[in-house]
Design a protein around this ligand. Structure first.
Ligand code: IPM
Ligand code: MG
Length: 362
């Protein structure tokens, strides 16, 4: 029997509600497996930890999770601590510390969910956004001088490297190749940003030669927002820089019905370090502690985790259970216009996973 070592980091706000829900669902799944189980270790890192200790993660914290098989993360953010401190102190520390350079964000309209696009059928919107996750606009390069003086100046330099762009392009082409349509759109802004984005385009062309069976095109990031709304079916796999993909993935999640559903994986494709899976919604302090958070974004992130661990059959089994539950409007949480609670949705998914009939079908 294989044991997967999983670090859980609920973080802040509703992360503390959805991560335990995700753990519950993974445990229900493992209960029916004869080949693997999970061993969870929880880490109380985040804003509360910061208030007590002055840091989001203790010294040597990364070493405690370095040898885990995967990380399940909730969210980072607190109304009383500047966002750049919570972000750089926790999530980016892990992403960059473990070189999780591919951020993968699938978007689909799940059964039972109403998207805001009138003319868009459920099959017209089936995307995976690949976000460069280690450099670009989030490289952290820049500085601020003469603070408070009229001559104050500040820079955030977007830094791109050939190695960084080549590896994310190769990852995106490979992912596009693995999907039925073999279609990739490379998002760019090389009309205005004439150095790094021009290199980005050139490297896309270079890597495309390794994947002759993948059809690909280029789209300017501004034009791509209109295309996502007007011609969603013309897109499949999408690759973009760190900031471009950050923005596009919120649009994608909204077009698919709710930010509460959208999952993400911060992946180290080479498996040198643990990869980290998290819902893309934030800490949502307005609803925290009320049991109203939608756990589906976390459950779908667990699907991605199972895929990454190689448990592809159970990944599919969990995805089917999630879809069965979203198809039932009585199981919709507040973000979807319903009144179901986190606990009810979690229980519904767990029941499907452990029900004898579903077990036989799987
Ligand atoms: C995301 C989030 C984060 C980001 C925030 C919380 C800093 O929006 O994962 O998309 O910008 O990367
Ligand atoms: Mg974002």
């Amino acid at each position: 029997m294989k044991t997967y070592e999983i670090a859980t980091i609920p973080g802040d706000g509703i992360g503390k509600e959805v991560v335990p829900a995700g753990q519950q669902v993974l445990e229900a799944l493992a209960k029916t497996s004869s080949t693997y189980r999970f061993n969870f270790e929880n880490f109380d890192w985040g804003a509360d930890y910061f208030r007590e200790h002055g840091v989001m993660i203790p010294d040597g914290g990364l070493d405690k999770i370095r040898n885990k098989d995967a990380i399940l993360f909730g969210s980072a953010g607190d109304p009383h601590i500047p966002d750049h401190i919570t972000l750089w102190g926790l999530r980016l520390k892990i992403c960059q510390g473990f070189d999780q350079y591919a951020n993968v964000r699938p978007t689909r309209i799940l059964p039972g969910i109403d998207g805001p696009l009138k003319r868009c059928g459920p099959d017209d919107l089936n995307w995976v956004i690949v976000r460069e996750n280690s450099e670009g606009e989030y490289a952290g390069v820049g500085g601020r001088v003469h603070q408070g003086h009229p001559i104050e100046a500040a820079t955030d330099v977007s830094m791109m490297t050939r190695a960084g762009v080549e590896r994310i392009m190769r990852f995106a082409f490979k992912l596009a190749q693995s999907r039925p349509r073999k279609l990739l759109t490379v998002i760019t802004k090389s009309n205005a940003q004439r150095h790094a984005m021009v290199m980005w385009d050139e490297i896309a062309l270079q890597i495309s030669k390794e994947f002759p069976d993948v059809t690909w095109d280029k789209e300017l990031v501004d034009a791509s927002t209109a295309r996502m709304i007007n011609r969603p079916a013309s897109l499949d796999t999408i690759v973009a820089t760190n900031l471009h993909a950050d923005i596009l993935s919120d649009l994608a999640a909204a077009l698919a019905g709710s930010l509460g559903i959208a999952p993400t994986g911060n992946i180290d494709p080479e498996h040198r370090y643990p990869s980290m899976f998290e819902p893309i919604h934030g800490s949502a302090f307005d609803i925290m502690g009320k049991g109203l958070a939608n756990p589906v974004g976390t459950f779908w992130s667990c699907v991605m985790m199972l895929d990454h661990l190689g448990e592809t059959d159970d990944a599919q089994r969990l995805m089917r259970a999630i879809e069965q539950v979203t198809a039932n409007r009585a199981m919709h949480t507040r973000d979807l216009g319903g009144i179901a609670t986190t606990a009810q949705v979690t229980q519904a998914v767990c029941e499907l996973l452990t029900a004898p009939r579903q077990r036989k079908a799987a």
